[in-house]
Design a protein around this ligand. Structure first.
Ligand code: ME8
Length: 663
């Protein structure tokens, strides 16, 4: 009987359904996907899970606002998350929803085990409660207002089940000591150890004031409260109470952001200890991607969406950037400028250029076949050695989750190949047998190096490396290549090259950024859908607004929808170009009650000076947004004329008062 492969179980957090994925969620999910591919190539039987966290007051409220039942709200949101991950090629083996029946059963079972073992008791929870929003306000003191509605909170006491977290201080500290790799990176471990050393309070794990949650069996109206429910999803995803059958639990690594490390390294192991279940092997907490030095959030309007980037540059480019730009574990700033710069330098000019040069030279000199190398010279051997050494180094870096350094090592080899070609100049060699043989050696060496680089980069760049793999005439699946068997010298002469497919076409930076931003703006504030046909929830547009995806877009809007858009007459006070943004003008516009700064995409059609004093139509109640880093607070209305969509500003033939509302 074949020996069972060693298993490896990776999880991402299960994400809240009150919004849709931005670049932060994408980051964790990309890392999980990279690890999944990498571990498979190391011969593991891998399972990766992601999913959605669907209970709680926020969902209750959002569903009420959308005037649909909670179950329908979360079903649509979960489908939208799943569809977006699929579109981005981030397909997990299991997608767990906290409303799944297996999950419900698992949470109830875990609770029963904890209770039977004496770690659960009934007590009273007292907190500040907003009776208008039906929710506790965490950390509020008596007299504090509700942060959502501003009305005073009331002190409320309710009966809850408590988990005896205090009993786990010593067991947790012993556990961290015994398994020093459990919390990663090291800095986070120190934080957690001192937190636990400071003492642990028992934890309220049920609520009677929330309706939308998993019921505590026989104890209605008690429902489980956030973390007891959410964390258990990791176990539900691989079999729940029957986890032994699937053989995947315990998780080998929980990937999380640093915001939720405490729940994963204190609560979760304590729940599992109480239930006497196996503990996860590692929790890896990465840093945050920041935008303008702040954590992204929808309310701040600084979220970066993955889809426009994937559309413009390809998903591989986004994956590469996320892993190469920031040391895994630390915070990093996201900027479109840095993204496009890396795309052009490392991908278009680096790997893409090496592949296209190699293909062109093999086509021209060897009729598109891998040549048989002649005698290797010292410089060929030196390059071979560099590539061979890189294999070991890159695997070690991946194993330690040092993704940026793994990529750096791979790109070091790409640079060495560029230098080698520049020095060896195969294109300058003639047709004598010696020169032909030398050419064959140089080009075989380059192609072999490209093969090694391609395999090593595959976990991060799955799409483009698959293209290079085919180009190199390989008939196997690159994802099934065993990294442990990868050696210099395995490229067989005589193989016919596949068709060359462009990998990373160079882009013009400002144009690429403008296009990404335009797509992102469209996604954040989608225009009303014109299509009258009913759209199933699965293919409903995914918006970044957190709005529930529509089940069937309405054909016509009512007057109340129209009146939501506030348009006023404005007068342009100043107008200037924006450096690095060819299409945008920065305007200041008097709208009667105030002067607003507004960016308009009209720079190619209007001279800034010609606009001063002109009366325009302004949408004044749009949420502010940033265009090329410049805040835009409103929108100037223009007709879009002709096939290229030339903007023509809306205006008036009669004199109109600044600030007048359009109805
Ligand atoms: O916390 N940079 O869900 P969530 C990097 N449902 N990563 C980021 C990020 C950013 N700016 N923003 C979000 C929850 N993330 C719970 C989890 S698990 C049992 C329950 C990533 O939708 C990061 O992984 O708020 C972070 O931990 C997670 O998204 C939070 O997702």
């Amino acid at each position: 009987m074949a020996e069972r492969k060693e298993k490896f179980y990776i999880t991402t957090p299960i994400y809240y359904t009150n919004g849709l994925p931005h670049i932060g969620h994408t980051y964790t999910t990309v890392v999980a996907d990279v690890l999944r591919r990498y571990k498979k190539m190391r011969g593991y039987d891998v399972v990766m899970t992601t999913g959605t966290d669907e209970h709680g007051v926020n969902v209750e409220r959002a569903a009420k606002k959308a005037e649909i039942p909670e179950s329908e709200f979360v079903a649509r949101m979960a489908e939208a998350w799943r569809a977006l991950w699929d579109e981005l090629g981030l397909t997990a083996d299991e997608f767990v929803r906290t409303t799944d029946l297996t999950h419900v059963r698992t949470v109830q079972w875990l609770f029963k085990l904890c209770k039977e073992n004496g770690y659960v008791y009934k007590g009273h929870y007292t907190g500040q409660y907003c009776i208008y929003d039906n929710a506790y306000v965490n950390d509020a003191k008596p007299g504090d207002p509700c942060p959502d509605c501003g009305r005073p909170t009331e002190t409320v006491t309710e009966e809850n089940y408590f988990f005896k977290l205090s009993a786990f201080q010593k067991p947790l500290l012993d556990f961290y000591k015994k398994y020093p790799e459990f919390i990663q990176p090291e800095t986070r471990k120190n934080e957690i150890v001192s937190f636990v050393e400071g003492g642990l309070k028992d934890l309220s794990i049920t609520r009677t004031t929330i309706r939308w949650g998993i019921p505590v069996p026989g104890e209605e109206p008690h429902v489980f409260y956030v973390w007891f429910d959410a964390l258990t999803a990791y176990l539900s995803a691989v079999g729940g109470p029957e986890y032994e059958k699937r053989g995947m639990w315990p998780a080998d690594v929980h990937l999380v952001g640093k915001d939720i490390i405490r729940f994963h390294t204190v609560y979760w192991p304590a729940f599992l200890m109480a239930a006497m279940l196996p503990l996860p092997k590692q929790v890896w907490a990465h840093g945050w991607f920041l935008m303008d030095a702040a954590k992204m959030s929808k309310s701040k309007g600084n979220v970066v969406l993955p889809r426009p980037i994937a559309h413009m540059l390809g998903m591989d480019a986004l994956r590469y950037f996320l892993l190469r730009e920031v040391v895994f574990g630390q915070d990093g700033n996201f900027s479109y400028d840095a993204l496009v710069t890396r795309y052009n330098s490392d991908l278009a000019n680096g790997l893409g250029n090496l592949a296209s040069r190699t293909a062109a030279m093999l086509e021209k000199n060897f009729a598109g076949k891998v040549p048989k190398p002649g005698t290797a010279l010292p410089q060929d051997n030196a390059l071979a050695k560099e590539a061979q050494n890189a294999i070991g180094e890159v695997l070690e870096r991946y194993d330690r989750f040092e993704f940026a350094r793994a990529l750096e090592a791979i790109w070091g080899v790409v640079a060495a190949a560029d230098k080698y070609l520049t020095t060896e100049q195969p294109w300058a060699l003639g047709n004598s047998p010696d020169e032909e043989s030398r050419k064959a050696t140089i080009l075989w060496t380059t192609a072999e190096l490209l093969r090694i680089v391609t395999v090593l980069a595959h976990p991060v760049l799955p799409e483009s490396t698959t293209k290079v793999w085919r180009l190199l005439g390989q008939s196997t699946s690159i994802g099934a290549t065993e990294l442990d068997g990868l050696r210099w010298g395995q490229l067989a002469p005589g193989l016919s090259l596949g068709k060359f497919q462009a990998l990373f076409p160079r882009v013009e930076k400002s144009e690429a950024i403008e296009r990404i931003e335009a797509m992102a703006n469209e996604e954040l504030s989608p225009r009303p859908a014109a299509a009258p046909t009913a759209t199933p929830a699965a293919s409903a547009p995914v918006t970044g607004t957190g709005a529930v995806p529509a089940a069937a877009p309405a054909e016509k809007i009512g007057i109340e929808d129209f009146t939501k858009v506030e348009m006023r007459v404005g007068q342009v006070k100043t107008a200037e170009r924006i450096v690095g943004a060819d299409k945008l003008l920065k305007l200041t516009v008097d709208i009667g009650t105030e002067i607003r700064q507004i960016c308009a995409g009209i720079a190619q059609y209007y001279e800034p000076e010609s606009l001063i004093g002109r009366k325009v139509v302004v949408v004044v109640n749009l949420a502010p947004r940033k265009l090329r880093g410049v805040e835009s607070n409103g929108m100037i209305v223009a007709a879009s004329v002709g096939p290229e969509g030339r903007p023509v500003l809306a205006g008036f033939h009669e004199d109109v008062e600044v600030g007048a509302r359009l109805k």
